[in-house]
Design a protein around this ligand. Structure first.
Ligand code: NAP
Length: 469
């Protein structure tokens, strides 16, 4: 058989992607290092365009040149193992793609390793989970640009399509660019989810709304500028009944969030690059503190926290909506600042408008307002910070008073809303002429002779401080 592509790894994502490719009329060879999973897949999903292989040499021979391999296995050592198993059988210009959630620095290393051997390599960010993989994910391929055309037809065919019919897939940049963009996408997803959870907490614990009422509020919000996949599913989740024990399922779920690490990677990359992604980092930290479940139950009853009474006015729900929108803009602004910095550091030449546009369908953060981000970068591809764009500037001005009011109420009530608070601090930090760094520079010079610059003349200065300690 002259297959168009081989998919390696018949787990959840690999099987769905193989089916998606086959449904789009591509001839697909499939392989898993343990044969049982391949057998199970073939038995459960017989398809005229799919053929199973049980050894690497036959798998490689089954694919038309330049051969295309899409690896979808557990991120980490498994990816290296699969690459090494393929290399002895490849011929010049064959293409290896890794669609797992690989760390972008691993992808940079593998890109160099594979490319130096005369083959081509792509790290492909895949978003959308199992359903996306089957019916149309958002795809972020990064790798050897000259080899993008042979893989483009497959990737664009299986990708989700936005409302304007465009595939949610675009060539991102060299080496680890695709996986970097996917990593930050996940960091933004952490922030988005945390902001929504904080809005829920405010409506419930400060506003006193019921689950059904909050579900209706989210439904309503989904009709306007907040319209997004995450707002939509939140409305569904809040009204879901518990079929085991009665009541609402959301109230029976342990209040302790898990994480697989891509949000943390984003924050670490941001710190390394010197970019402020405080909203994403606060989302990671909120998941961390949520996991100290038993300690929180104990301290909550200890009397340590001393909340103050809060007045709820008629605008409360609308203020929460406006706060969520303003904070969401701030979170995406941080994410796109990080992209811009990475693009400069790694020479990726990222097209930020295109990046926003491929998130419009197939992925968890798909949202109406991504169109506004694309428009902002189309208007000014050199835009430093999204908040400087007219649209986002006016939206922050329209909504920030609500954000200030809501944060004040939450602080009074003792309800933790770290992502909202960090969004406000980020906006205020960016829009404040003096932030106290003069004193920090003075302290650094006092104890460590680290020097400082002056506002009234050029040069680097050190002062002999009068020390009285
Ligand atoms: P999964 O269902 O656990 O499948 C993992 C696959 O990797 C299985 O086929 C497994 O084979 C194979 N594998 C494990 N160790 C291997 C090794 N040493 N050599 C060769 N193959 C090995 O995981 P998944 O959900 O499909 O995820 C696959 C990748 O996609 C991960 O990087 C994940 O982070 C990423 N991803 C997942 C999602 C999602 O929503 N699930 C979304 C986007 C990206 P055996 O079972 O036979 O060991």
């Amino acid at each position: 058989m002259n297959a168009n592509i081989a998919v390696i790894g018949m787990g959840v994502m690999g099987s769905c992607l193989a089916l998606n490719m086959a449904n789009h009329k591509f001839k697909v060879s499939v392989y898993n290092y343990t044969p049982d999973l391949t057998d199970k897949f073939i038995k459960n999903h017989p398809h005229e365009n799919i053929t199973a292989y049980y050894d690497i040499p036959s798998l490689v021979q089954s694919v038309a040149r330049p051969r295309k391999f899409f690896i979808m296995v557990t991120a980490g050592k498994a990816v290296d193992a699969v690459i090494d198993s393929l290399l002895p059988y490849l011929e010049a210009d064959d293409i290896i793609m890794d669609g797992g959630n690989s760390f972008y620095k691993d992808t940079q290393r593998r890109y160099k390793y594979v490319t130096e051997k005369g083959f081509k390599y792509f790290g492909v960010g895949v978003s959308g989970g199992e359903e996306g993989a089957l019916n149309g994910p958002a795809l972020m391929p990064g790798g050897n640009k000259e080899s993008y055309p042979p893989v483009q037809s497959v990737l664009e065919a299986i990708a989700a399509k936005a409302d304007d019919g465009k595939p949610c897939c675009t060539y991102i940049g060299e080496d680890g660019a695709g996986h970097y963009v996917k990593m930050v996408h996940n960091g933004i997803e952490y922030a988005d989810m945390q902001l929504i959870a904080e809005a829920y907490l405010l409506l419930k614990n400060v506003g006193g709304l019921t689950n059904e009422q909050i579900s209706a509020v989210f439904n309503d919000w989904n009709k306007g500028e907040l319209s997004s996949f995450l707002i939509n599913i939140t409305a569904d989740i809040l009204k879901e009944k518990d079929d085991i024990n009665g009541g609402y399922l959301v109230d029976k779920i342990l209040d302790s969030a898990g994480q697989k690490g891509t949000g943390r990677w984003t924050s670490i990359a941001a710190l390394e690059q010197g970019v402020n992604t405080s909203i994403m980092t606060s989302a990671c930290n909120a998941r961390n503190i949520s996991s100290f479940y038993a300690k929180r139950q104990q301290l909550a009853d200890s009397g340590l926290k001393q909340p103050l009474p809060v007045q709820i006015d008629a605008d409360f729900v609308e203020d929460v909506r406006r706060s969520l929108y303003a904070a969401k803009i701030a979170a995406y602004t941080q994410g796109f600042e990080l992209y811009k910095s990475a693009s400069q550091i790694h020479d990726w030449n990222l097209n930020l408008g295109e990046v926003a546009s491929i998130f419009r369908a197939g992925c968890i953060i798909k949202a109406k307002f991504l169109n506004n981000i694309t428009a902002a970068y189309q208007k000014n591809p050199q835009l430093d910070n999204l908040l400087e764009d007219d649209f986002f500037f006016s939206k922050i001005r329209e909504n920030q008073l609500s954000l200030r009011k809501i944060i004040a109420k939450a602080v009074y009530a003792g309800v933790p809303i770290p992502a909202f608070s960090n969004a406000m601090a980020y906006i205020d930090g960016l829009c404040t002429k003096t932030v106290g760094a003069n004193l920090i520079q003075a302290q650094r010079d006092y104890f460590g002779a680290h020097t400082y610059k002056r506002i009234d003349r050029d040069g680097i200065f050190h002062h002999q401080w009068q020390k009285h300690y």
